[in-house]
Ligand binder design. Structure first.
Ligand SMILES: [Zn+2]
Length: 239
């Protein structure tokens, strides 16, 4: 919330107003007293090591069905500690905030052309235990910044997954594909799949394959963080 005025007296009334309603403390460093409704202070956000917005799809172990894969920050100690130290309700708040900040950094034509976003669904049992899906909160934040609708019920995760250890690569992919069901027509749709961390790509790839089999046109993976190496800054923001 910005108070736009050149009058210092009015500005300080404005800040007092914000402080009154947002007596803010950074959820990560527990310090800070910054005038904003954001849950993380700018210093902590910077320390989380932002990655250039670049297509990482070729770096994934499994990328079938995925056209583009983007991640906002390094999944390093800073972000990990920040997220793991939080209570669940605080994680939800940080999830939607990081999603919003990520969304504000996505100035790509491919993103502007998306029809909607879907969060990676949680296993129903996990959802019952946890009470919320972090990916859903992130999707809400990304949706707010990019003005894309979020379709939470479009893909469902089935309850069972058979042990993967004895399966070969192809059987594994098919097995994973059976873990997801689509609930409505996706023909020709351009879809962003949102998750917290981008690692091997296997979960998003399974979803992407199911969506592509059903006629979806473009699938973009949008994630907050990745442990993949940071790429060269020279190509930043130019996908
Ligand atoms: Zn902080």
């Amino acid at each position: 919330m910005a108070i736009l005025t050149n009058n210092p007296a009015l500005a300080s009334v404005g800040n007092a107003f914000i402080s009154l309603f947002f007596p803010n403390q950074c959820l990560v460093c527990k310090g800070g007293d910054f005038h904003s409704s954001d849950p993380i202070c700018p210093d902590c956000l910077q320390q989380m090591n932002p990655h250039p917005i670049e297509n990482r799809v070729k770096e994934l172990t499994v990328n079938n069905g995925i056209d583009m894969a983007l991640a906002g920050w390094d999944f390093g100690d800073e972000l990990r500690t920040a997220v793991h130290s939080l209570k669940y309700e605080e994680r939800a708040r940080i999830g939607s905030f990081l999603g919003k900040v990520l969304g504000e950094r996505l100035h790509l034509k491919t993103i502007q052309e998306l029809d909607y976003l879907i969060p990676v669904p949680l296993h129903p049992v996990k959802f019952r235990d946890r009470g919320f899906n972090q990916a859903e909160w992130i999707a809400i934040g990304v949706g707010k910044a990019t003005q894309k609708p979020v379709q939470t019920g479009l893909m469902k995760r089935m309850k069972y997954t058979i042990s993967q250890t004895t399966l070969n690569r192809e059987e594994r992919l098919n097995n994973m594909k059976q873990a997801f069901r689509i609930t409505k027509d996706v023909t020709d749709k351009k879809i962003g799949i949102v998750d917290d961390v981008l690692t091997t790509g296997s979960t998003i790839s399974s979803m992407a394959s199911v969506l592509k089999d059903a006629g979806a046109r473009t699938i973009v993976a949008l994630t907050v963080a990745t442990p993949l190496e940071k790429t060269d800054d020279t190509h930043a923001e130019s996908v």
